[in-house]
Design a protein around this ligand. Structure first.
Ligand code: NCD
Length: 346
């Protein structure tokens, strides 16, 4: 893995920051997925481990988040560690003009690892350059969301297993706000590591995928189709990956409203235009307001709707990343013991 540490050196997993998906090579992805597979009994509460007993995660989210923030925290708790949360600018000294450098210098002494989300592209890397502990990027503006790309690919791999398809040869349609959507940026970069992928990029022209990312896909030898038409382009794909209009990156709500609801998928569109086993993904939150409704609730009983399995997988992948970065991946099972309370049917 090409990871830049605080001195700008390339390092392997232990002690590494995870800032961009471009740090990963294909064999690194396999390592993450192999550890994630082993996390399932802990996430399902069949067993528990205390391998990170005493460790502290600084979970710093300066932008709204539900899944990413809570699944980082939950993953850390499931490994036996404790979580300290900072949310919102207003409640931190950043609101008093403190630099990311100073904040990082101080807060990294209070934690063993930091997960961070921030509205500016490049901010998490800037913070990491002053941090004395590993920093995991939970989303920096419209730039990147590397842990989401890993959990998306992990989901794709698992969903395709039973369909006789694999990531090499994958056909995927990415739909919606491809300009500002950091999840599709990171996922596209990650797909460049694989072979013979067909990527159909469906967005309004104004919200198209950044040219550098399209070029990266083409340089990887992939077949890239760019379109602003939904129905005819979701016919021959394994995955439809829908995204939300990233309204917080627009200069006004009115501007975002122009694009809201432009690409809706409901059961009738799915039945008419998709293959019967096409997998439906979305990083969530899906915008369920009537004027947007990008993935209709009438899909909720469709077995190919993978959005909640995708969110569940986020815990496994983030557990794996903590275990690798803090170098305990081979010690997790040492402290394993049964869970004594009622754990329900997970
Ligand atoms: C995404 C994000 O914040 O980039 N969600 C997520 O992390 N699961 C996508 C979004 O907010 O639309």
């Amino acid at each position: 893995m090409r990871v830049v540490d605080t001195e700008g050196q390339s390092v392997k997993f232990p002690g590494s920051h995870i800032l961009s998906i471009t740090q990963f090579e294909r064999h690194d992805i396999e390592s993450v997925f192999a550890v994630a597979d082993q996390m399932a009994p802990y996430a399902r509460r069949e067993k528990m481990t205390q391998v990170l007993d005493g460790a502290i995660l600084g979970n710093m989210f300066f932008e709204p988040s539900t899944r990413t923030r809570i699944s980082f925290g939950c993953a850390f708790n499931l490994l036996g560690g404790k979580v300290r949360e900072t949310t919102g600018f207003e409640s931190s000294a950043l609101a008093k003009g403190e630099s990311l450098y100073d904040t990082a210098r101080v807060l990294s002494a209070y934690s063993d690892v930091i997960a961070m989300r921030h509205p500016q592209a490049g901010s998490v890397a800037e913070f990491a350059s002053a941090s004395r502990v590993p920093v995991l990027n939970g989303g920096d503006g419209a730039n990147e969301h590397p842990t989401q790309a890993l959990l998306d690919l992990y989901t794709i791999r698992r969903e395709l297993e039973g369909r006789g398809r694999s990531i090499d040869g994958l056909r995927i349609a990415m739909i919606g706000d491809l300009r500002y959507g950091r999840t599709v940026h990171s996922l596209s970069k990650l797909l460049s590591l694989y072979k013979k992928v067909k990527v159909v990029l469906i967005s309004p022209k104004e919200l198209s995928m950044p040219e550098s990312i399209v070029e990266g896909l083409r340089e990887a030898g992939h077949d890239v189709v760019v379109s602003d038409e939904l129905e005819t382009n979701i016919r021959d794909v394994d995955i439809v990956y829908s995204t939300r209009i990233q309204e917080e990156r627009f200069s006004s709500q009115d501007e975002a409203d122009v694009y809201r609801g432009r690409f809706r998928i409901n059961q009738s569109i799915y039945t008419q235009f998709c293959q019967p086993n096409t997998v439906i993904m979305h990083p969530l939150p899906r915008d369920s307001r009537a004027q947007a409704n990008e993935l209709d609730a009438d899909l909720d009983n469709n077995p190919n709707l993978a959005i909640f399995r995708q969110a569940d997988n986020g815990v496994l992948v983030r557990m794996a990343l903590f275990a690798l970065v803090l170098d305990v991946a081979d010690k997790i099972h040492d402290s394993a013991k049964p869970v004594p309370w009622y754990t329900g049917g997970r």
